[in-house]
Design a protein around this ligand. Structure first.
Ligand code: 13P
Length: 250
């Protein structure tokens, strides 16, 4: 089964509009002939600016989160309707920083996944274990639970718009990458879980990204693994110099 590679930059809480525009322009120019699927996810405040730059290119526009309701009294939240209005195509959900800093649980994340899909977005559902969970031998079980709970209510038709990102929490922003072998073991397990939910043929088409200290010098080795279909890049996505070699890996 050949799947496309999907390279995404999660800019997290970085960049003013001017800084975001500079980076987006550089990526548009240099990825024009890129062979993979691409996404940038700036902060909410830069979505409109970056959206006008990537519109009509091979780079999709992503948001880093959304509210669990369409609209209403939700101070501080941003709704799918507002994101659609800005031209957002993809929403990252369940990022470990949402789970662990802002205490989002599987139930809330699942609500967001279904809402985003209902409104026509693609979703990147992030899963991943804490260091103590890995050390206790629970990495597979945690990722399985987050995948199954996160996808509750997602139909076989809608799963085509979902990418799973495996981001071991201990590897995020720490410089500690999972070895390609360790990452592949979890990716293969997630695909098995997806096969149980949607059947083997559908599961074979699902893209599973790896995230956690992906850098130009480790990207190709990770992506060489059978079940690793791309990368969700944080720190290295903040500069064209470090994102482009990952995005253009051969
Ligand atoms: P780093 O690449 O900085 O480890 O971040 C990964 C991540 O959380 C992407 O969503």
């Amino acid at each position: 089964m050949s799947r496309p590679y999907y390279i995404a930059g999660n800019w997290k809480m970085h960049k003013t509009r001017a800084e975001a525009a500079d980076l987006a322009k550089a990526l548009v120019t240099d990825l024009k002939d890129g062979k993979h699927k691409y996404l940038v996810a700036p902060s909410f405040t830069a979505l409109e600016t970056v959206g006008t730059i990537v519109k009509g290119t091979n780079i999709m526009l992503g948001a880093q989160d959304c509210a669990c309701e369409e609209q209403g009294a939700h101070t501080g939240e941003v709704s799918v309707l507002q994101l659609k209005d800005l031209g957002v195509q993809v929403i990252i959900l369940g990022h470990s920083e949402r789970r662990h800093i802002y205490k989002e649980d599987d139930l809330l994340i699942n609500k967001k996944v279904n809402l985003a899909l209902k409104h026509g977005f693609e979703v990147i559902l992030c899963v991943g274990e804490l260091l103590e969970e890995r050390e206790a031998g629970k990495a597979e079980a945690v990722c399985e639970r987050q995948t199954v709970e996160g996808l509750k209510g997602v139909s076989a038709g809608d799963i085509a718009r979902v990418t799973i990102a495996y981001e071991p929490v201990w590897a995020i922003g720490t410089g500690k990458t999972a070895t390609p072998e360790d990452a592949e073991a979890i990716h293969a397990h997630i695909r098995k879980v997806a096969a149980k939910l949607y059947g083997a043929d559908t599961a074979a088409k699902i893209l599973i990204q790896y995230g956690g200290s992906v850098k130009p010098d480790n990207a190709a080795a990770l992506m060489a693994k059978e079940n690793i279909d791309g990368a969700l890049v944080g720190g290295a996505a903040l500069k064209a110099d470090t994102f482009l070699p990952i995005a253009k890996f051969a």
